[in-house]
Design a protein around this ligand. Structure first.
Ligand SMILES: Cc1cc2nc3c(=O)[nH]c(=O)nc-3n(C[C@H](O)[C@H](O)[C@H](O)COP(=O)(O)OP(=O)(O)OC[C@H]3O[C@@H](n4cnc5c(N)ncnc54)[C@H](O)[C@@H]3O)c2cc1C
Length: 382
């Protein structure tokens, strides 16, 4: 909880998911920073529910640039950031049936995708994942460098960094009211009031609600529920070295996960911002699709969960000051890519908060600030 003696900060970050904590950890080096989190612990919502994949080919243009710009951090985190490796090799295998094979090949021909993925014939796909049914596979694309992310280690690393720089985290405090003052903001929650010069809106699925509380125009964020479940790995199957297998029409994906198999129907059901729960029907659809596409016998669901992936209209993240208020900074709309892009997106956002240009290494991947600026969403036709 907060230090009662201190109520003014340079910056208040709303939301202690990966977005808020990673950005706050950079800002705390030069500013007084308070992170306010509604739940009892950081990472409770989307951040704690992901499939934890790092892929440089997954997602739209700016996402791919941010993921590539994050690669070095994942492969070699700064000294002292984490006692354990942040990633372990997994591989990402996109597969297509006859109907979608041309689309997948066209995607694989994009220059930055071609740099990390290569095409596979049906028989080469089956070498990597022998349980796939050959009659349903026309071909695949493999990204050998894709990896599993240790999301807990990533979040804890940023939290340690935040605290070491003097930043504070107040959990169990839901922001209820936000008032504009001449020099900044007053943020109120459960009888407490804190003031600041700049608000960072890193509230995940709730980001538009936070804007509304501040009297600003929403960006049209749409949270979408995605379901996942863990099923047993049958003793007859050796799954540990499979890549994550992703149906390019996004009807399913699966990957080995600590001795079990993680499955998802790739659902994207529009939702209110909420503590998302899995629907039995979505779990059943996942089981049906996986059993149709593979020979994995599924007889028992070990656990199931759902989380929200929140998107704006163009599917790219949103980072930048609100066009209507230069004291309100957005960091939202990370969709299904908020973990894999976090290292670069946090550094980019930290530079933007301080009115600095896009860091050179991130710009070298082709990322320009306008691709993520919130203003693009208020333009006519957006
Ligand atoms: C099933 C699933 C699979 C995914 N797989 C991947 C993957 O493989 N790779 C990848 O990179 N990404 C993946 N993602 C996406 C990734 O999880 C998200 O993009 C990322 O976690 C978003 O982080 P965030 O910090 O913006 O949101 P969150 O983690 O949701 O954090 C937002 C926080 O804001 C807090 N908050 C909201 N309102 C208030 C308020 N009024 N006051 C105080 N606090 C508030 C919330 O309590 C919450 O803790 C997946 C997501 C799901 C659901």
């Amino acid at each position: 909880m907060t230090d009662a003696s201190k109520t003014h900060y340079d910056i208040i970050v709303i939301g202690a998911g990966i977005a808020g904590i990673s950005l706050a950890s950079y800002l705390a080096a030069d500013h007084t920073v308070l992170v306010v989190e509604a739940e009892g612990q950081p990472g409770y919502h989307s951040t704690g529910r992901s499939a934890a994949l790092f892929s440089e080919s997954y997602g739209p243009v700016a996402v791919r640039a941010l993921s590539r710009a994050s690669g070095a951090f994942f492969r070699q985190p700064p000294k002292g950031f984490s006692d354990t490796a942040l990633t372990t090799p997994r591989g990402f295998l996109a597969v297509a049936d006859a109907e979608h094979w041309q689309d997948l090949q066209a995607f694989g021909a994009l220059p930055e995708v071609r740099a990390v993925m290569r095409p596979l014939s049906t028989s080469e796909v089956l070498v990597r994942c022998p349980v796939l049914r050959p009659n349903r596979i026309a071909g695949g694309m493999i990204e050998a460098g894709a990896a599993d992310i240790d999301v807990h280690a990533l979040l804890q690393g940023y939290l340690r960094r935040l605290r070491a720089a003097g930043g504070r985290l107040a959990s169990g405090l839901r922001v209820e009211h936000i008032e504009r003052t001449a020099s900044g903001w007053i943020v109120r929650s459960a009888g407490q009031a804190h003031s600041c010069r700049v608000i960072i809106n890193a509230a995940g699925a709730w980001a538009d609600d936070i804007a509304a509380k501040a009297g600003l125009t929403p960006i049209g964020l749409q949270p979408k529920r995605r379901t996942a479940a863990l099923v047993d790995t049958p003793p007859s199957i050796s799954a540990a070295n499979w890549p994550l297998v992703y149906d390019c029409a996004e009807h399913f994906y699966f990957k080995p996960d600590a001795g079990n198999i993680l499955i998802s129907p790739g659902d994207e059901t529009p939702s209110e911002p909420t503590d998302a729960q899995p629907e039995e029907l979505d779990v059943a659809i996942a089981v049906d699709r996986i059993m149709t596409a593979t020979t994995i016998p599924i007889s028992r669901i070990r656990s199931r969960w759902a989380g929200l992936r929140s998107f704006v209209s163009d599917g790219e993240p949103v980072a930048g000051y609100d066009p209507g208020d230069d004291g309100f900074f957005w960091l939202a709309g990370q969709g299904g890519y908020g973990i894999q892009t976090a290292p670069a997106l946090a550094r980019l956002a930290a530079a933007m908060v301080d009115h600095q240009p896009v860091p050179e290494d991130i710009a070298s991947f082709g990322l320009v600030a306008g691709q993520v600026a919130p203003g693009r969403l208020h333009e006519p036709g957006a």
